[in-house]
Ligand binder design. Structure first.
Ligand SMILES: [Zn+2]
Length: 88
């Protein structure tokens, strides 16, 4: 497993995250400290969500459940027919 490696933007040495503040589910502020004793830089980094590469199975399951719960009886039957290969 890879661990996020944070480098000090001033000297390039390793830094650690001393604290994080979650702003929303897709954005956090990380409070960082440079481990180089001669530097001692403290700073923040913004850690944000980029984009989905492969969707979460949980998201797909919720979507299927939502759709199944909101289908009309006719649409429900059409989905069953599609899944059983009766309709193309
Ligand atoms: Zn530094």
């Amino acid at each position: 497993m890879r661990v996020l490696k944070i480098l000090c933007p001033e000297c390039g040495h390793n830094a650690i995250v001393s604290k994080s503040h979650r702003i929303d589910p897709k954005l956090s502020t990380l409070y960082c400290q440079c481990r180089n004793v001669e530097c001692g830089h403290t700073y923040t980094l913004a850690l944000g969500f980029g984009h989905t590469i492969s969707p979460s199975a949980l998201t797909n399951n919720r979507l299927v459940k939502y759709l199944a719960d909101h289908l009309s009886p006719a649409d429900h039957q059409m989905v069953l027919d599609l899944l059983e290969g009766r309709v193309r």
